[in-house]
Design a protein around this ligand. Structure first.
Ligand SMILES: [Zn+2]
Length: 258
C-alpha cells in the first residue's frame, strides 16, 4: 500500500544517486527532517521543473511505499531564494545554516519554530534585509534557545552570583557548565571563552525572537565579531562536530580581512 502526504519544506542537501536520480534531504514543516529519492531528477530537469536547488522553499507531494526511501512525486517552488545562490558569501552562510539543521535535527522530529526560524533567516538573507553576520547570530542564538541549550547569561553557573554584580570587563563562559563563570569560581572551572558584558547583552537581544527589535538594534563591529566567535564555537560544541561550511566561512572572512 502506498501512502501520500504533502508538506512545505526547505531543501538542505542533495546528493547524486546513480545516473538518473537524486537523494534529497529536506527540513519539512509537518514531518521534520526527511530524506527522499527524486527519480529521474538528474536525467530530466523538466521532471521537477528545475525546482530542486539548495535552500529553496517548496511544497512537496511524497509517497511512502515499499522502497527504502519515500519518493518525491511533485515539488512546487514557493520561494527560490535566488539572491542567496548568486552571492558566494550568502551561499556559504546558507550552507552553514542548512548543515547545522541537518546535523542538529533527528529525522521525523517536527519542530515548527525551527522551521519558521530557518525560513525567516533565509528570506532575510535573500532580501539583504539585515547584514549576513547579524542573521547568523540570530539564527544560532535562537536555535539554541528553541532547543533548550541557551547559554546561562544571568548568573554564575557555580555560585549563582548575578551577572550585573560581576566585576571586570571580560566575563568567562564555560561550555560544559552552560554559561557564565565568575572570577571567584575561575579556579574551579576554566572558562573556554571570554566575552564583554556588552556582547552578552547583544547575544540576549539577538535571541529575543522579535524581528522589529532586532532590526532596530545597533551593535559595534567588535561585538558582532565576538558574538560570531562565541556561537561558532558554542554551537559546534553541542553539535559534537564542526560543520564543513564553517571552515569555508572562516577562509572567506580572512580573505576579506574581516
Ligand atoms: Zn561564581
Amino acid at each position: 500500500m502506498t501512502i501520500c502526504f504533502t508538506t512545505p519544506a526547505i531543501l538542505l542537501r542533495r546528493v547524486d544517486f546513480g545516473d538518473n536520480d537524486l537523494i534529497l534531504t529536506f527540513f519539512s514543516l509537518t514531518r521534520g527532517k526527511i530524506s527522499l529519492i527524486a527519480k529521474s531528477a538528474r536525467k530530466s530537469q523538466k521532471r521537477f521543473c528545475g525546482a530542486l536547488d539548495l535552500f529553496s522553499a517548496l511544497d512537496l507531494v511524497v509517497s511512502i511505499g515499499h522502497g527504502r526511501l519515500p519518493v518525491l512525486q511533485e515539488a512546487t517552488l514557493k520561494h527560490p531564494f535566488c539572491q542567496i545562490r548568486s552571492d558566494f558569501k550568502k551561499t556559504t552562510y546558507a550552507s552553514y545554516f542548512a548543515e547545522i539543521i541537518n546535523n542538529w535535527m533527528e529525522p521525523a522530529v517536527v519542530q515548527p519554530r525551527t522551521f519558521d526560524l530557518l525560513y525567516q533567516v533565509l528570506d532575510r538573507l535573500d532580501r539583504s534585509d539585515l547584514p549576513d553576520e547579524l542573521l547568523s547570530i540570530v539564527f544560532q542564538m535562537t536555535l539554541m534557545i528553541i532547543s533548550g541549550f541557551s547559554p546561562n547569561f544571568s548568573t554564575c553557573c557555580l555560585c549563582h552570583t548575578e551577572m550585573d554584580c560581576l566585576n571586570g570587563c571580560r566575563i568567562g563562559i564555560n561550555f560544559a557548565k552552560g554559561g557564565l563563570i565568575c572570577s571567584s569560581c575561575n579556579t574551579a572551572v576554566s572558562p573556554m571563552v571570554y566575552l564583554s558584558s556588552g556582547t552578552i547583552k547583544h547575544l540576549q537581544w539577538m535571541g529575543c525572537g522579535d524581528w522589529n527589535k532586532i532590526a532596530r538594534a545597533r551593535f559595534s563591529a567588535r561585538s558582532i565579531q565576538e558574538s560570531l566567535g562565541f556561537l561558532e564555537a558554542f554551537v559546534p560544541y553541542h553539535l559534537g562536530k564542526e560543520p564543513k561550511s564553517l571552515s569555508v566561512l572562516r577562509q572567506l572572512r580572512s580573505a576579506q580581512g574581516t
